[in-house]
Design a protein around this ligand. Structure first.
Ligand code: GS8
Length: 219
C-alpha cells in the first residue's frame, strides 16, 4: 500500500518549511493542507492535542509533531536516499545542537526585531546579528553547515531567511551588510529545488507580519 503523507502547515511558517524541504529532498509525495494556526481546525487539535501548533506530519493516519522531530522522522522512514542527518554519532549530536540553537536563539531574537519598538528593538537587532555571526563562524568556509552536502542544520535554519526582508523592513537595517557570508549560504541553499519550492516569496511576508501585529495588538 502506498504511503499516505499529509502535512498540516501554513505558508509563512519557517517551522513548516523545514518539513516540506525534508519531504522534497526525499522525493516523498505528500498532500499539503493549509491550516490557520490561529483558527485551529478540528483535525489540527486532534492531531496535535498537546501543543495544537502547525506543522503536523500525518503518516498513514498517525501524527508526528514538532518540526525537527518531523525532519528526523522523514530521514529515518525514507532512509534509502538523500541522508539528512550525518551518520557519525558525534556529527549527529553537533547537528542537533545547532538546530536547537536556531530554535532557542535565532527564533527568539528574530521576534524582537519586528515585534518590538525603540530600545527593545535595537537590543533585539544586536542580539539577532550576534546570533547570525555565531552561525557564520560555525559555517566557516564550508558550503553547508554539515560540510559538503546540504543537511539537517541547513534545513533547520533556511526558512528564517524568507523573513529577512521583513526583519529589514521593520528593523530598518541591512542583514546582508552585517552578515554577508550567512546570506551567501542562504542563496546557495535556495538554488536547491527542495528549498525554492518550500519557501514563500519574501516580499509577501511583511503584509502577513503586519496582520499578525494587529492581531496581537502590537501596533
Ligand atoms: C513550533 C511550532 C509553532 O510555533 C515546531 O514545530 O518546531 N516548536 C514548534 N507553530 C506556530 C505557527 S508558526 O510560527 C503555531 O502553530 N502557532 C499557533 C499557536 O501557538 O497556537
Amino acid at each position: 500500500m502506498a504511503d499516505e503523507v499529509i502535512l498540516l502547515s501554513y505558508w509563512p511558517s519557517f517551522f513548516g518549511m523545514r518539513t516540506r524541504i525534508a519531504l522534497e529532498e526525499k522525493g516523498v509525495k505528500y498532500e499539503y493542507r493549509s491550516e490557520d494556526p490561529w483558527n485551529k481546525s478540528e483535525l489540527l487539535t486532534r492531531m496535535n492535542p498537546v501543543h495544537k501548533t502547525i506543522p503536523v506530519l500525518i503518516h498513514n493516519g498517525k501524527p508526528v509533531c514538532e518540526s525537527l522531530v518531523q525532519v528526523e522522522y522523514v530521514d529515518e522512514v525514507w532512509s534509502d536516499k538523500a541522508p539528512i542527518l550525518p551518520s557519525d554519532p558525534y556529527q549527529r549530536a553537533q547537528a542537533r545542537f545547532w538546530a536547537d540553537f536556531a530554535d532557542k536563539k535565532l527564533y527568539e531574537a528574530s521576534k524582537g526585531v519586528w515585534m518590538k519598538k525603540g530600545e527593545e528593538q535595537e537590543a533585539a537587532k544586536k542580539e539577532f546579528i550576534q546570533v547570525l555571526k555565531t552561525l557564520e563562524s560555525e559555517l566557516g568556509d564550508k558550503p553547508y553547515f554539515g560540510g559538503q552536502t546540504f543537511g539537517y542544520v541547513d534545513i533547520a535554519i533556511i526558512g528564517f531567511y524568507s523573513w529577512f526582508h521583513t526583519y529589514e523592513v521593520y528593523g530598518n537595517f541591512s542583514i546582508e551588510a552585517e552578515c554577508p557570508r550567512f546570506v551567501e549560504w542562504a542563496k546557495r541553499c535556495l538554488q536547491r529545488d527542495s528549498v525554492a519550492k518550500s519557501l514563500p516569496d519574501p516580499k509577501e511576508v511583511p503584509a502577513f507580519a503586519e496582520m499578525l501585529k494587529k492581531m496581537f495588538g502590537l501596533d
